[in-house]
Design a protein around this ligand. Structure first.
Ligand code: ASP
Ligand code: MG
Length: 393
């Protein structure tokens, strides 16, 4: 039977009303003659009784820092509560459903509590109950170690659970339900005319996540990509077609599919010939400073860091008596599209657009499918607007 994985996020399972929408989505799959396998997140958001952030607060006040095993045990409860509540509602409506912890669903992990790695997925139990006509409701974000300890997979881990079950059960698709219509061409808070992306590639989604867009958890995309299963991002609360993520989505492939941005960037320039590159960058690494848009020339080096790291970097530069300058209040804006690979003229277009809009470019970087520009924060929304229009997103 064709299996469809449906994962519902915190806002989708938060209230009785929202859970009725969830149930409708599950029933829709059954009506199509397919078999839903459901994965749930913990209910609601920070402040709601059983939300992950709320449980996290409990563990903080209880000083469970040293008891990582116990902390995971507690953190796993949010998803278990969601699963049980959803099952009882389905049963009341006359559907056969069964709740599972991650471990009961066959997700076996190592014992890196809070950030466990999945070692294997044994899907026999789920397969058996599916064959018996039950709808399995699986608690996301968790597994069990070979020693029988409950573990969690890291924040946002329910997406990973969904992708893993999709792979193990050879699902025809994985649907990730949330409270937005899909992945947008850019952040609608910055540019309200942002559009839903109908289709894009796994690689483009990675680039979006990496460049600051809040999309699906990259680990889930990685798993769906290796299993070659289409991934849909959909809205629980309406019938929007959502966004479909595949290997080769549409043809002709657009030059640019999305514009992502990362704010709070600081550009650091080092003009000091006595600095030994390899030693200097090793020092930054030792401090745990992640750097970006890195350009090294014989007489200077330029790179960007997150504003948060600025005090650390200042201290380091001063201690080493290195001459430097910096520019604060920057953001990195990234054009992403598999269609730009090998196509001449994309950078020329971007430069023309930004020049016309009087947006100053402080630095650029590119890869096969991205072009990024460092600009001032104050220019962000104008830059996104003109580029969005130029590339007809
Ligand atoms: N509830 C977990 C979190 O908030 C897992 C998830 O929702 O994906 O991170
Ligand atoms: Mg989530």
């Amino acid at each position: 039977m064709n299996i469809v994985i449906q994962k519902f996020g915190g806002t989708s399972v938060a209230t009785e009303e929202s859970r009725n929408y969830v149930i409708q989505k599950i029933i829709d799959i059954k009506l199509k003659g397919k078999m839903p396998v459901v994965v749930v997140s913990a209910m609601g958001r920070k402040g709601d009784p059983y939300a992950t952030d709320t449980l996290l607060q409990i563990t903080n006040t209880m000083d469970l820092h040293e008891c990582l095993r116990e902390k995971d045990l507690l953190m796993s409860c949010g998803e278990i509560i969601s699963a049980v509540v959803l099952v009882t509602t389905l049963l009341q409506k006359g559907y056969k459903a069964m709740a599972f912890t991650g471990g009961q669903a066959g997700i076996i992990t190592d014992e890196q509590f809070g950030q466990a790695h999945v070692l294997e997925v044994n899907s026999q139990t789920l397969q058996k109950v599916i064959n018996e006509g039950f709808i399995p409701i699986v608690s996301g974000f968790q597994g069990i170690s070979k020693n029988g300890n409950i573990t969690t997979l890291g924040r946002g881990g329910s997406d990973t659970t969904a992708a893993l079950l999709g792979e193990a059960l050879k699902a025809e698709s994985i649907e990730i339900y949330t409270d937005v219509d899909g992945i947008m061409t850019t952040d609608p808070r910055i540019y309200p005319k942002a559009q839903r992306i109908h289709c894009l590639s796994y690689n483009e989604v990675f680039q979006m996540a990496d460049n600051g867009a809040r999309v699906i958890h990259p680990r889930a995309v990685q798993i769906a990509r290796r299993a070659n299963i289409p991934l849909y991002i959909k809205n629980t609360f309406n019938d929007s077609k959502g966004t479909c993520i595949l290997h080769c989505p549409v043809s002709p492939i657009p030059l640019v599919t999305a514009i992502a941005y990362r704010s709070q960037r600081v550009q650091i320039s080092i003009i000091d010939e006595k600095v030994e590159d390899e030693i200097f960058f090793a020092l930054l690494a030792k401090e745990g400073v992640s750097i970006d848009i890195i350009n090294i020339f014989p007489e200077r080096k330029v790179f960007t860091i997150d504003e948060e790291c600025l005090p650390l970097v200042f201290a380091l530069l001063e201690k080493q008596k290195i001459n430097f300058s910096y520019i604060k209040d920057c953001c990195k804006i990234t054009m992403i599209g598999e269609g730009m690979t090998g196509v001449p003229g994309v950078m020329a277009k971007i430069l023309r657009c930004l020049k016309n809009e009087h947006v100053e470019i402080l630095q650029t970087a590119d890869s096969l499918m991205t072009i990024a520009c460092l600009i001032y924060n104050k220019d962000l929304s104008r830059a996104i607007k003109v580029l969005h229009q130029e590339f007809q997103l």
